[in-house]
Design a protein around this ligand. Structure first.
Ligand SMILES: NC(=O)c1ccc[n+]([C@@H]2O[C@H](COP(=O)([O-])OP(=O)(O)OC[C@H]3O[C@@H](n4cnc5c(N)ncnc54)[C@H](O)[C@@H]3O)[C@@H](O)[C@H]2O)c1
Length: 253
């Protein structure tokens, strides 16, 4: 039980990578807060956890909304008395829009969720973490946060921002006993990557250039959750400020 009695908030945990992380954390003894925008999937996930005798609590949250983030953390503390781990997993794609095709609405939405959501979550939990002199934050970046040509323009900008925020928090708050790391997956088999409807085909073509034959397979969400478990547990006590590529060696080529 590597997370025994730890309280973990996981945004975007009603499906995909976030749900796999919540499942792994609960199996390791954590009390998990399922925080998601999709109310139906949120309730189904919480009920499934409870049916499996896992301690789970659901909060409907749009991470782009400051009041929702406040409520997510306040309700967690009211319910469980504390918070030890925040996983900023909620995120959306930009339909692979290349720079010359960026639509303002897509730019604003992706930035509000993928960047603003992380900022708001971090800003809210840090005072609690400082008070208890411990706490761990894990952000979902992407290989698009480490490399330039593997996503749309806005998503790439957003995930680079996530990598930067991760290092900034690690550097500023590490001396206070708080750690902040990020995971940078390539392609993971979730709802996010299962359709290319509405994609910018120029952006998509450019993004997969050179990938064929180099990425031997996509990842399963559980493989990303294993990393999130390591980063949340004391086993990674000396790891702070890393943006860990999880791409099967693809970017090492
Ligand atoms: N799937 C991939 O290939 C991949 C690769 C690299 C990084 N990532 C990142 O991993 C994270 C999770 O992706 P996924 O593949 O699990 O996606 P997903 O679409 O399967 O799940 C995302 C979840 O986040 C929720 N969500 C979306 N917007 C939200 C909001 N504003 N507020 C609260 N919840 C919201 C959705 O309801 C959904 O349950 C994202 O940050 C994504 O950018 C994914």
């Amino acid at each position: 039980m590597r997370l025994e009695n730890k309280v973990a908030i996981i945004t975007g945990s009603a499906s995909g990578i976030g749900k796999a992380i919540a499942t792994k954390y609960a199996a390791e003894g954590a009390k998990v807060v399922i925080a998601d925008f999709n109310e139906e999937a949120l309730h189904a996930t919480v009920e499934a956890f409870k049916a499996d005798q896992k301690d789970a609590f659901g909060v409907k949250v749009n991470v782009a909304n400051e009041e929702d983030i406040q409520r997510m953390v306040d309700d967690t503390i009211a319910h469980y008395g504390r918070v030890d781990i925040l996983v900023n997993c909620a995120g959306v794609l930009d339909n692979m829009q290349a720079a010359h095709n960026v639509e303002d609405a897509i730019w604003n939405r992706v930035m509000d969720i993928n960047v603003g959501g992380v900022m708001r979550g971090v800003r809210k939990v840090l005072p609690y973490f400082q008070e208890q002199k411990s706490g761990t934050i894990i952000n979902l970046a992407s290989i698009s946060g480490l490399q330039g040509g593997r996503g749309g323009f806005t998503y790439t900008a957003a995930k680079h921002a996530v990598a930067g925020m991760t290092k900034n928090v690690a550097s500023h708050y590490g001396p206070l006993g708080i750690r902040c790391n990020a995971i940078a997956p390539a392609q993971v088999d979730t709802g996010m990557t299962q359709s290319t409807d509405g994609y910018d085909m120029f952006g998509l073509t450019q993004s997969v250039r050179g990938v064929k034959g180099l990425m031997h397979r996509v990842a399963q969400p559980e493989e990303i959750a294993n990393i999130a478990l390591f980063l949340a547990s004391d086993e990674s006590s000396y790891v702070n400020g890393v943006v860990l590529a999880a791409d099967g060696g693809w970017s090492a080529y």
